[in-house]
Design a protein around this ligand. Structure first.
Ligand code: PEP
Length: 242
């Protein structure tokens, strides 16, 4: 049985004051939810977020981590540094990292391995561009990139244009099939595959209806606490393994 996971990715937004108010609302509502809830604020807000979330059912994640455990990498943050703080998750390979900062499947995989070494759970993002989808390359892109995942069609991120529930389920089924080939039945059944790309309160239930859609990675709509809580409550709590 896979527990639904709903993750807020704040990207480069937020202040200490806003994370406090947000988490108070989220924690008050999270207790009643079956889903696992993760907030990924910018690095600077991690200590404040961790302090506020201590003892609650909300976990805190980072939006990235480096592939080395330490070293001469100015401006980067290593996974053991995050683990030391109490961070439990790391988003890796987000499309904005790929688009703006030259992240590739190879560097994303190295970051994911570093996160796992440090004991962090990895939310590994992969997805096709619109040109790749139009060229029929969606499944090739997914197959190339798979580790553990959040399927985020790049044409759906921050665009207001989400995949249809059928498109999401089809991609997730393909990812799980590939995971089965790579890692075996048991690991594939345990793998939680999140959908990301313009998830909003009013499209969550439909998107999460697919049997292989085990949660959501939410960008823009996660910035508003009430809206994010509505997303959490719109989805099912658990997905029984096929
Ligand atoms: C994201 O940042 O992972 C994302 C899916 O963004 P949005 O929900 O804004 O499309």
């Amino acid at each position: 049985v896979r527990r639904i996971l709903v993750c807020a990715n704040w990207k480069m937004h937020g202040t200490v004051a806003s994370v406090q108010a947000y988490l108070e609302t989220l924690i008050a509502q999270a207790g009643a939810a079956d889903a696992e809830i993760v907030l990924c604020p910018p690095f600077t807000l991690l200590p404040a977020a961790l302090l506020i979330a201590t003892g609650s059912s909300v976990a805190i994640g980072a939006q990235n981590c480096h592939w080395a455990d330490k070293g001469a990498f100015t401006g980067e943050v290593a996974a053991p540094m995050l683990a030391e703080l109490g961070v439990r998750f790391a988003i890796v390979g987000h499309s904005e990292r790929r688009h703006h900062f030259g992240e590739t499947d190879a560097t994303a995989a190295a970051r994911a391995q570093a996160a796992q070494r440090a004991g962090l759970a990895v939310i590994f993002c992969l997805g096709e561009t619109l040109a790749q989808r139009d060229a029929g390359e969606t499944f090739a892109v997914l197959e190339r990139g798979l580790l553990v995942g959040a399927y985020e069609p790049r044409w759906a991120i921050g665009t207001g244009r989400n995949a249809t529930p059928a498109q999401a389920q089809e991609a997730h089924t393909a990812l799980r099939r590939r995971a089965r080939e790579l890692f075996g039945d048991e690991a594939a059944e345990r793998l939680r595959i999140l959908y990301g790309g313009s998830v909003k309160p009013d499209n969550t239930a439909a998107l999460l209806a697919g049997n292989d859609v085990d949660g959501a990675l939410v960008g823009g709509a996660s910035l508003d606490a009430e809206g994010f809580c509505a997303i959490i409550h719109a989805g099912p709590g658990r997905r029984s393994g096929a």
